[in-house]
Each structure stands twice: as structure tokens, then as C-alpha cells.
Ligand binder design. Structure first.
Ligand code: UDP
Ligand code: MG
Length: 316
């Protein structure tokens, strides 16, 4: 029986994976619990897969899945959760930014009956600009979404088996885990730890990737942006009516004055902008429907520790 599964998505982590593995093992062994480590190689182009193969050969507690190409961290986590057999599952990064020493504490809180234990990082050592952006973003997300997403609460967390099963029961193909974790509910507890810089290699989250991730987060949870479009449209309509009324009254009382080309032009441009933005929002949802309706698997597996044959991930 496996007590704890640790899920680790890895993309080009060849430089740190051995150090990570050693740190993880030395954090887990003193707990005297049985555990397994589920590595997911997200189509790395470096030697990550070779290192994982080697680890799996020497250590029976190591299992791995390797994707046919880079699918992203979300599919990586999903694959890891699907692989996991433990009564509780810890999800963590391979770059040692999620200290393995915290796992015993997470297990302890799990033992007190919490289904989700979140290790929340503070923002020490992070660039001021990035930190300001993420803070504002989380404030926005909290207002816009029905689910609670905590600032600094990344994907480093422990989930009970029933929480994992609830996550796995959510069928959407566009996955925003931060939202999903919060959506499933259950008793949740969090504690903070001091942020650490990544041990080696570099972050895969550049500005553009973060921005797209941010938009995903805002849009994938509800249709409030559409509601916002309706509100903006209504407000513009009402103000246009008031303005038209004012023109009629004004020209009846004072006669027709100079023609308002400037007003006309700016109104047209402003409205065109609003219309385009709204169309974009609508298009975003239509695109998502299109995407979901294809019902493609989230990832394609190249090999696992049990089989090196090519096969696609099972389609539900
Ligand atoms: N990761 C992944 N697929 C990707 C990008 C990242 O599996 O396409 C993994 C990466 O190997 C690491 C974790 O996700 O274990 C977090 O990535 P990173 O450290 O680059 O993000 P940051 O800590 O800067 O947010
Ligand atoms: Mg990192």
C-alpha cells in the first residue's frame, strides 16, 4: 500500500533533478511512511528523461511518465495525479523552490483532517515589478471569479485521495488548476514559507506566458467578462441617448452650431474599440467551446516506467 505520492512535473530540469530527488528522499525517509514519486517529463529537450529512467531503475519508489512533446505544466500535473496511487498526494516543482522539508508538516496537517494543505510562499527575493503585477492580478481574480484564489498559493500542496479524485472528475480540457483546487472545496488550510530562488536552470514563465496564463485564469471560470461587455454596451447606449437628447434640445434653443466632426470621429473610434474588445471576449468563449468540443486527450504519452511503447493517453 502506498501512503504518499509526490507528483513532480519536470520540463528541462536536467540540471536539478538529481539534487531534487536526493533532497526529497532525505525529507521523506525520516517520516517512515511508504511513498512513491511520480515524475512527469513534459517533453524535455535536455537529459531529464534519461535521468528519470536511471532513477526509476535504481529506486522502485520512482515512477515516471514522459510526454511526446511539451504540453505545459497543467497537463503534467494532471498526468501525475492520474498516475498517483497514494492516500494523499503532494504536488511540487522540481526546481527546489518548493522545499521538501515542508512535506512532513503537510502530512501532519493532513492527519488533522484537512483535505488540502497549501504551502503558500511569501514574495521575498522576487522582482518588485513581477510581485506588484501578481498582487494586482490576484486582487482582480478574487473580484472576478466565484472561487477563492490566494496570492502566493501556487501548486505546492497536499491533496487527500478524495480531493484528487474530485479534481480528476472534472472533465474540462482547458485546466486552470489554481481555480480547480479551490472549486472542489473540502477543508483547506495553508501556511507560509519563505520564498526561495530556483536552484539551477531558468524559469519557464516569461512575461507572455504569464499574461496568457492570467487571461486563462480570468476566463476559464465563469462568464463575467461577457457580463462586463453587456454592461459597457448598455452604459454607452444610455450616454449616447442622453447626448443625442442634449443635441436636439440645444439646437432647438440655440440653432444649429458648427458641425461636430471631432465628436463624431472620436465616438466612432471609441465605439469601434469597445466593439472589437467585446468581440474578442465573445470569440474567446467560442474558441473555448470549440476547443472543449474536440475532446482531445490532454497529452500524449511517449513512455512510462512500465512500458516504452508509444501510446496515447486514455480518452474518457
Ligand atoms: N514545468 C512543466 N512544463 C512546462 C513548464 C514548467 O512541467 O511547460 C514545470 C517545471 O519543470 C517546474 C514547474 O513546472 O517543475 C514550475 O516551473 P518554473 O520553475 O519554470 O516556474 P516558476 O517557479 O518560475 O513559476
Ligand atoms: Mg520555479
Amino acid at each position: 500500500m502506498v501512503y504518499l505520492s509526490v507528483v513532480v512535473p519536470c520540463f528541462n530540469e536536467g540540471e536539478v533533478i538529481d539534487a531534487f530527488h536526493a533532497a526529497l528522499i532525505s525529507a521523506l525517509e525520516p517520516t517512515r511512511e511508504s511513498f512513491e514519486i511520480c515524475y512527469v517529463d513534459d517533453g524535455s529537450s535536455d537529459n531529464t528523461l534519461d535521468l528519470l529512467r536511471a532513477l526509476a531503475e535504481t529506486d522502485p519508489r520512482v515512477r515516471y511518465t514522459s510526454f511526446s512533446r511539451n504540453f505545459g505544466k497543467e497537463p503534467g500535473m494532471l498526468a501525475g495525479l492520474r498516475m498517483s496511487k497514494g492516500d494523499s498526494v503532494v504536488i511540487m516543482d522540481a526546481d527546489l523552490q518548493h522545499p521538501p522539508e515542508l512535506i512532513p508538516r503537510m502530512l501532519e496537517l493532513n492527519g488533522h483532517g484537512y483535505d488540502q494543505v497549501i504551502a503558500q510562499r511569501d514574495r521575498t527575493g522576487e522582482g518588485a515589478v513581477r510581485s506588484a503585477f501578481s498582487k494586482t492580478y490576484y486582487r482582480l481574480v478574487r473580484r472576478a471569479m466565484e472561487v477563492e484564489v490566494i496570492d502566493g498559493a501556487g501548486d505546492f500542496r497536499l491533496l487527500s485521495r478524495r480531493a484528487v479524485d474530485s479534481i480528476l472528475s472534472l472533465p474540462e480540457s482547458n485546466r486552470f488548476s489554481k481555480g480547480l483546487f479551490s472549486w472542489i472545496g473540502f477543508d483547506t488550510v495553508s501556511f507560509t514559507y519563505q520564498n526561495v530562488e530556483r536552484a539551477a536552470g531558468e524559469s519557464k514563465w516569461g512575461g507572455k506566458r504569464l499574461l496568457n496564463y492570467g487571461i486563462d485564469g480570468l476566463i476559464s471560470f465563469n462568464s463575467r467578462p461577457l457580463r462586463l461587455a453587456i454592461h459597457t454596451g448598455l452604459w454607452l447606449f444610455v450616454s449616447a441617448l442622453v447626448y443625442a437628447l442634449w443635441i436636439v434640445v440645444n439646437s432647438a434653443m440655440n440653432g444649429v452650431d458648427t458641425p461636430g466632426y471631432a465628436t463624431l470621429l472620436s465616438a466612432i473610434v471609441a465605439l469601434a474599440g469597445v466593439q472589437l474588445a467585446t468581440l474578442g471576449v465573445v470569440g474567446e468563449y467560442v474558441g473555448r467551446i470549440y476547443h472543449e468540443s474536440k475532446r482531445r486527450p490532454h497529452y500524449v504519452v511517449r513512455e512510462t516506467d512500465e512500458s516504452t511503447e508509444n501510446f496515447a493517453a486514455p480518452v474518457r
